[in-house]
Design a protein around this ligand. Structure first.
Ligand code: GLP
Length: 249
């Protein structure tokens, strides 16, 4: 595991943006998984800015998001489709067929999970996953307790996030919300993972995920077992691990 700590939040955003651009330049047919949330908005916009100034060939790049909300219209500004499309996909002129997302509405989500995975597999599987981490250690939408063998599925959301989505969309308290997420095993089959976190609110969970036991209580701790994983942080998110770093090789 390689740990990279950037001095400021902006340095983090730029470094994370270059992980995405670097993958696209090194591999014009790259299959790249992204994450939505506070952590990734700026870095996606930086990717778009760099592309606008120095365009390169994106015609064969595939982009997908690690997860998507279920049972809400895709036009909801908080849907992963809309966020990733607006922040990056439309600016990079990624062909429509190469933006692979599960639908938000379906009467058979089990089938959608299989289709999503099949579409990624048909492109040779994911090369890179820029992987956010939730306050409770969730990755994608796999909440604490999710087995590491879990395949792509519809998971309950983290309760704090769910509350926000309910507030923003005005759905009834008993309306079923969830998230279609790549399972932990699917995420782990990605050729390269970059676990990303910034800000002091992530400092505790980063310490647990990176230096604590590998346990389903902290889903992100599974990346300790990945053979090609980088942990990319700003100093605030790294506050609890500074001074305890293994030698980077
Ligand atoms: C949501 C997303 C995750 C993301 C996480 C962290 O739960 N489904 O993919 O990693 O939020 O979000 P933030 O970056 O806002 O802390």
């Amino acid at each position: 595991m390689k740990i990279t700590i950037m001095k400021t939040e902006h340095d983090f955003d730029v470094a994370a943006a270059w992980r995405i651009i670097g993958e696209m330049l090194a591999n014009p047919k790259a299959v790249i998984g992204l994450s939505t949330g506070q952590t990734t908005g700026n870095m996606h916009r930086i990717v778009s800015d760099i592309y606008e100034k120095y365009p390169f060939d994106t015609s064969q790049v595939t982009i997908f998001n690690v997860d998507e909300l279920t049972n809400l219209d895709r036009s909801y500004p908080g849907s992963c489709y809309t966020m990733i499309y607006e922040q990056l996909v439309k600016n990079l002129r990624i062909p429509e067929d190469n933006f692979i997302m599960p639908p938000t509405l379906s009467d058979d989500f089990e089938k959608e999970c299989t289709l999503f995975e099949n579409r990624l597999a048909a492109r040779g599987g994911a090369d890179l996953q820029m992987l956010g981490i939730g306050w409770n250690g969730h990755i994608g939408i796999n909440q604490p307790g999710t087995p590491f063998e879990q395949e792509t599925w519809v998971s309950p959301m983290d309760p704090i996030f769910e509350e926000r989505v309910r507030r923003e969309t005005n759905v009834a308290p008993d309306y079923p919300l969830g998230g279609l997420t790549r399972g932990i095993v699917n995420i782990m089959h990605t050729r390269k993972i970059v676990l990303i976190a910034k800000g002091e609110s992530k400092a505790d969970i980063i310490e647990k995920a990176v230096f604590g036991p590998v346990t389903t209580d902290i889903p992100a701790s599974v990346v300790q077992l990945h053979p090609n994983c980088e942990i990319l942080l700003d100093e605030a998110a790294a506050a609890k691990i500074a001074g305890r770093l293994p030698e980077n090789k």
